[in-house]
Write a protein that binds this ligand. Structure first.
Ligand SMILES: Nc1nc2c(ncn2[C@@H]2O[C@H](COP(=O)(O)OP(=O)(O)OP(=O)(O)O)[C@@H](O)[C@H]2O)c(=O)[nH]1
Ligand SMILES: [Mg+2]
Length: 367
């Protein structure tokens, strides 16, 4: 077998395992094709095993959102009688309830009408396959230009991440978790208590600082947050910190004040370090569904958001919110929060997420 052929068949094994193509026949056909040496095979198995256990770990954390999504979907398909107008109306409703977003729900059901007709899908399993394929295709297509990596300073100046989002979204908690991650990687981390609106917010960040052993630059409540950030920036530069994480308020007297304050903080950062902030991360509570989406639209209009942190996916999130963010916001989800503890933060892997979301659905999609 040529190198190319080995590569090809390895690829097809991989794609046979993918969630969109769970056809068991394909799997057995392709596994017969893989006839490389034992060594090649065992290497590949190990790689696959690693990949599988990573998927499993990730999957566990997102179990709740996944279950809610697939339970609804499976229930819907269990009641399936025929593909008629009522079916598409119900599907639309289901998608909206699953937080995929209104526009996305309409678009999916429109495109599905065409596709179902085109393929003459009548059986439940066929229809279910078309739906899943369509959702995955759309998700892939919309995410082509997305860059979900975190960006860091390219010179010896500190990297600055600015966190924005409404109150209760999880900004302060995410900062604590991220400080812990960077600290464990041997980086020198500083936090800035830029939420001076409430004394409690400053104390909360200080508690996180103590917990993860990272210093916090803070001033008394009601101080201009831009001045706290200014001091933090200079401390970070002078004392050679690698990373500065800036907390901000989620609520002020009104939204206009909040947006103005965020702009000012951002201006101060860029004036002191022109390449910074390397990231402006909008933190969204995944369990608030459409509410999170409309907040995000507002922040996106007024602030240069570079990515999303989606929190509380361990809770009652519908999962579909991830599709809505991609299709309607066009902002990459860079991190996800899966709990309240310091280790409950993950990089977001779009492919694994979509795998988790549809896994049970496909397994249970028989006639
Ligand atoms: N289950 C769960 N809870 C979370 C997660 N992230 C944050 N929380 C909780 O959500 C609540 C609000 O989090 P904060 O970090 O205080 O939110 P914030 O955006 O800083 O809020 P303000 O300071 O009021 O603007 C806290 O009780 C957190 O423990 C998560 O990923 N999963
Ligand atoms: Mg906070």
């Amino acid at each position: 077998m040529t190198d190319e052929a080995v590569h090809d068949s390895a690829e097809s094994v991989k794609s046979a395992e993918s969630p969109v193509n769970p056809d068991s026949q394909t799997t057995s056909e392709t596994s017969e094709e893989v006839t490389g040496s034992d060594e090649e095979q065992s290497e590949e198995t190990e790689e696959q095993q690693n990949e599988n256990s990573e998927v499993q770990e990730y999957d566990e954390g997102l179990k709740k959102s996944r279950t809610t999504f697939s339970e609804r979907f499976n229930k819907f398909l269990a009641n399936f009688r025929s593909v008629d107008e009522e079916f598409f109306d119900d599907l639309e409703e289901l998608l909206i309830e699953s937080d995929v977003g209104y526009e996305t729900a309409l678009r999916i059901s429109d495109e599905l009408r065409e596709e179902v007709k085109l393929r003459n899908a009548k059986k439940r399993s066929d229809v279910s396959d078309v739906i899943v394929e369509k959702l995955v295709d759309m998700y892939d297509e919309e995410g082509k230009e997305e860059d979900n990596a975190l960006h860091f300073s390219q010179d010896d100046k500190p990297t600055v991440f600015l966190f924005v989002g409404v109150n209760g979204a999880g900004k302060t908690t995410t900062i604590g978790k991220l400080a812990h991650r960077f600290q464990s990687q041997g980086k020198k981390v500083l936090l800035a208590a830029g939420d001076t609106f409430r004394a409690g917010a400053i104390e909360q960040l200080q508690r996180w600082g103590e917990r993860v052993n990272v210093p916090v630059e803070a001033k008394p409540a009601q101080t201009d947050p831009a001045s706290v950030v200014y001091d933090a920036l200079h401390r970070a530069i002078d004392e050679h910190y690698d990373i500065l994480l800036v907390d901000t308020a989620g609520r002020l007297q009104n939204n206009q004040n909040l947006m103005r304050e965020l702009e000012k903080i951002k201006r101060v950062i860029s004036r002191e370090i022109p390449e910074a902030p390397q990231e402006v991360l909008l933190v969204l509570d995944g369990s608030t569904g459409q509410n999170a989406l409309s907040q995000a639209k507002q922040f996106k209009e007024t602030t240069d958001v570079s990515g999303i942190v989606l929190t509380k996916l361990d809770g009652s999130s519908q999962g579909g919110i991830v599709l809505a963010i991609r299709n309607e916001l066009h902002l990459p989800v860079k991190l996800v929060g899966l709990g309240e503890q310091m280790d409950d933060l993950r990089d977001f892997d779009a492919e694994k997420f979509i795998y988790g979301l549809f896994k049970d659905l496909i397994v249970g999609s028989g006639d």
